[in-house]
Design a protein around this ligand. Structure first.
Ligand SMILES: [Zn+2]
Length: 267
């Protein structure tokens, strides 16, 4: 018991120095070990893999991994030892991506269709990686469902007993809103990975602006990404200001290659 009290005292001290986001970050770290987070994520990912259809196209799966590889390598600095797995889900009506604890990242084919170059997709992927680095998905589930339940599911015993909870958690992950602090932090990690990988840093902002323009006509297809990662004016301004300060306003887009590699989805 005193260990918990001790930890809370340390956290309380940290709070004065560093503000709430960092505390929540540390809290997640204290309460859920990397091992538990990964084991929990593996259970949730197994559920997603059996209830949703992954895209039956190894070329596109590999292409997404290729775009993500340099981003993942850079993310190792901020969260050493984390592993990432990318899965494209087959649903052209969903313009969405989401991060399951433990680094299991999902992108819907609708998002790949909506993007027009590698920098746009890299921006979205880097943002999702940022949610893993910041432990946002794990923390969000912990605050909603409680540590005990997460740990029980992570242990994998009597999976059938927790079937309803697992279904609720996975539904939560693909549609939940993160806090403004979490979004900002994921943007900042993501932007750094994109810039240092040599991609055009304006990709994420261009993608959001395009979705904003689309939103009027095709509301249902774009609202998911906005509701789970709301692209507020404030967020976009923050990203733009950071791009300006970085002095790196351009980079690789590889639009032709992107359209060629993903053409089969647009037929
Ligand atoms: Zn987000």
């Amino acid at each position: 018991m005193w260990i918990i009290t001790q930890a809370l005292m340390v956290l309380a001290m940290g709070m004065q120095l560093t503000g709430c986001t960092t505390v929540r970050h540390q809290l997640g770290r204290v309460l859920i070990s990397d091992e538990t987070e990964y084991a929990l994520g593996a259970q949730l990912a197994a559920h997603i893999d059996t209830t949703q259809t992954s895209l039956d196209n190894p070329n596109i799966q590999r292409y997404v991994e290729r775009i993500a590889t340099p981003l993942v390598e850079l993310a190792q600095v901020d969260r050493p030892g984390a592993t990432y797995r990318f899965t494209v889900l087959d649903d052209p009506t969903q313009v969405n991506a989401f991060a399951v604890p433990g680094g299991f990242l999902y992108v819907y084919s609708g998002l790949i269709i909506a993007a027009e170059d590698e920098a746009e997709l890299a921006g979205v992927l880097a943002h999702e990686i940022g949610h893993i680095v910041g432990r946002h998905s794990a923390n969000q589930l912990a605050s909603q469902f409680g540590i005990q339940l997460l740990s029980a599911i992570a242990l994998g015993e009597e999976a059938s007993k927790y079937a309803v909870d697992i279904a609720q958690m996975t539904a939560q992950l693909s549609s939940a809103r993160f806090s403004r602090d979490d979004e900002r932090q994921a943007d900042r990690y993501g932007l750094r990975y994109v810039v240092e990988s040599g991609y055009d840093p304006t990709g994420l902002v261009r993608f959001f602006e395009k979705l904003g323009a689309l939103e009027g006509g095709k509301r249902t297809s774009v609202e998911t990404l906005f509701s789970s990662h709301p692209a507020t004016e404030e967020r976009i301004r923050d990203i733009e200001a950071r791009i300006e300060r970085s002095g790196i306003a351009t980079g690789q887009r590889n639009a032709q290659r992107y359209m060629r590699e993903t053409a089969v989805l647009r037929r």
